[in-house]
Design a protein around this ligand. Structure first.
Ligand code: DC
Length: 234
């Protein structure tokens, strides 16, 4: 089985930045599981489906082709044969993805897809339930967190960078609502796996976060040194 690093945590904790950079440095596959929930949410919104209509949502998920491709630095998300980008990062899609993610029938389908990616090689997967549900036997499990203010600031900056003019207060409210739903749902709630290493990134730079994860990975007895070193030397 391929070596797996999981990075879980709430929105704005630094998961994407860290996971991408770690995957890039090690030459591992980068798996952004939130992007799958987001792509499906984008389709659900485009079709005008209700977030309450469970049978219609499950049918939609069954009929949808989702895929992740590209490199950690230029990752691609595919929805029914079309690449999607910034349109899956809007506040409306964030909210819908969190609502869909609370539905067990939807989760089951997306978890299956995520697990199937392990055959492609060693990977870094980020999301909410990677260390607890998707890859409970992952070699390295990280749970990233940061204080609310830091997370709001990061998410706000990210949205502004993407050209989405949003008020900080709205970002704070969205984040709180989404995190609450993600933490309190019955199926696969956001929680640190008992064997996860907890990192509070509030006062950490991105480079410090990456270094901390790389150190943990490298000292694992099954870490594939030869492949990763060849990649770093190249
Ligand atoms: O990581 P993100 O913000 O792109 O994720 C969007 C939503 O998808 C998040 O609010 C909860 C859900 N999600 C999940 O439930 N499980 C995952 N493994 C990844 C994301």
């Amino acid at each position: 089985m391929s070596f797996v690093i999981t990075i879980d945590g709430p929105a704005g904790a630094g998961k994407s930045t860290t996971a991408r950079a770690v995957a890039d440095r090690l030459g591992f596959l980068y798996v952004d599981t939130g992007a799958l929930y987001r792509a499906l949410a984008f389709k659900v919104l485009s079709l005008g489906l209700s977030a309450e209509d469970e049978p219609a949502l499950e049918r939609c998920a069954q009929e949808t082709r989702l895929g992740l491709a590209g490199t950690p630095g230029a990752s691609q998300v595919w929805l029914d044969g079309v690449e999607v980008g910034g349109e899956i990062r809007t506040p409306a899609v964030s909210e819908m993805s969190s609502r869909l993610a609370a539905r067990p029938g939807i989760r089951r389908q997306l978890v299956e897809l995520q697990r199937s990616l392990r055959v492609k090689g060693p990977l870094v997967a980020e999301g909410r339930d990677l260390g607890t549900v998707v890859f409970p036997d992952a070699e390295v499990k990280i749970y990233l967190d940061a204080d609310h203010e830091t997370r709001v600031k990061r998410r706000h900056q990210e949205l502004v960078r993407r050209g989405l003019p949003v008020q900080v207060e709205d970002v704070a409210a969205d984040l709180q609502r989404r995190d609450e739903r993600d933490r309190l749902r019955a199926d696969s709630p956001l929680v640190a796996a008992p064997d996860a290493v907890l990192l509070d990134t509030s006062g950490m730079s991105a480079e410090q976060q990456v270094t901390a994860v790389l150190e943990l990975a490298r000292k694992h007895p099954r870490f594939p040194h030869r492949a990763a070193d060849a990649r770093e030397a190249g």
